[in-house]
Design a protein around this ligand. Sequence first.
Ligand code: ADP
Ligand code: ZN
Length: 556
Amino acid sequence: GDEESHPWTEEVYAKLQRVFKLGSFRNNQLNAINSTLSGKDVFVLMPTGGGKSLCYQLPAIVKSGKTHGTTIVISPLVSLMQDQVDHLLELNIKATNLNSRLNEKQKRSVFELLVNGDLDLLYISPEMVQASKKFQTVLGSLYRTKNLARVVVDEAHCVSGWGHDFRPDYKQLDYFKNNFPDIPVMALTATANKYVISDIITNLRLNKTDITLLRQSFNRTNLFYQIVPKATKAAALIDTIKDYITTYFPSQTGIIYCHSKKSCEELAEALGKFRISSSAYHAGMSGNERIRVQKAWQMNSIQVICATVAFGMGIDKPDVRFVMHYTIPRSLESYYQETGRAGRDGKYSYCITFYSFKDVRKLQKMIQIDKSLNKEGKTVHLNKLQQVMTYCENQFECRRNQILNYFDEQFDAAFCYKNCDNCVKKLLDVDGDNGDEIQEQDVTDTALQILRLVESLSRERVTVINCQEIFRGSKTAKFIQAGYTTLEGHGLGKSWSKMDVERIFFQLITMKILQEYSIMNKCGYGSSYVKVGPEARKLKNGQLTLNMKFKVPAKK
Ligand code: ADP
Ligand code: ZN
């Protein structure tokens, strides 16, 4: 258990402070460390950013455990490996990595360090374990001389076909237990449901009868989640942000995540004009400048950081009271990780995301033209973005429920205790009288109007945005020429706000009542158009009704 005293306890705490320069352990870290130092197999499920690395990096330098020698870490990404090794070297920990990018001479020198016991940690890619006979020989001799401390499998979900990231090389990692049955293995991941966990245990041949299973709930009980419709005009949006900060967080620190360097800078400057001390933080700034800003913020002399996602890695400020997303994140993983930087001290904190359909479109475009992604990569990123959009648009279901389900965790919304916008009716609100009522409204008739409009356009190629404009009664020359202004559905939605129309359309797409389809042009970039979806019939014959929440009044 956590509190038990072991022969290595003193050394563990001393090294936490002196080597890693950290004050205390986070949830489950000490438990993992004690278990592996006792020689047990350990499985750790912890969110990204939760502190998995310490679970094996610290034991790797502890000399008073039951196990001795080098810790072997299997890690799938060479770039991440290098980051970790650099970080360890900065802490004066003896570490290096072995991967297929090294030349023969470099590999030889790694083996030399390994044989001579000059490594506390060796990071190795899974394919090298199989491919390098030399590695296997060296490992065998380390084992025989009792200098193989433990084997760590990072991103362990890759061993499972159930997972979303199966890697065949990971299947071969039972090599370690097959050859060195008494060497403890630690498997870590940020994503695993019960099937994946059971696959990991079976495939790595972990000791089922004496394993330490550390599964941490991903629920951050002290965070309040809220999605706020994003004003179209930058000035209005900045005004809203200013109001939030001055009303609810007058002297408290926060982070506002933006997508571009430019918006970081503009936002920081605009907030400055309202006498909110703020600073931009992005990859375009010099290293020194970034360190200066980060320190000033950490010492509370800057209140708000307007940052790109580059900010946050390696930052552990406990009293961040709010995290805002000026633009939606690209995936729910990022959302979870970035909002997770709020309230590390356990005190109540807020996560406020400004959402607009327009940003979704913008991000979709960026993914589509991203040259670093192949076709599959694009699909993956577009899907992740779609999940963020679904999350933002979902105004019924508890946010916690949605987030935790995404991470394969069962959750009962009653245990949200009304700590998300969908579970409460009173919201943090800055326009007007502190908390408009949110009301549910039946929009089935409007949905039918939209559906008929889309049907009447079935021979045309019309984008979702154009269709929304026609519905709201736009009379551009283009629409007049195409005859869209004479359609029966033209202007039927003129009493709705643009935002509400966007939301209703999106809801219809999510429910597959409408459907987007794309046609690739010569350059391979798709334009998407709207058509009737497979579930449309259910709406028409009354099997489906559509209720949505609106701030009252929804209609003008
Ligand atoms: P993971 O691998 O789970 O994504 P990391 O091991 O990279 O997470 O840790 C995330 C961040 O948390 C790092 O900046 C790390 O320094 C910090 N961290 C880890 N453990 C602690 C701790 N006990 N106290 C404070 N910060 C910690
Ligand atoms: Zn909730």
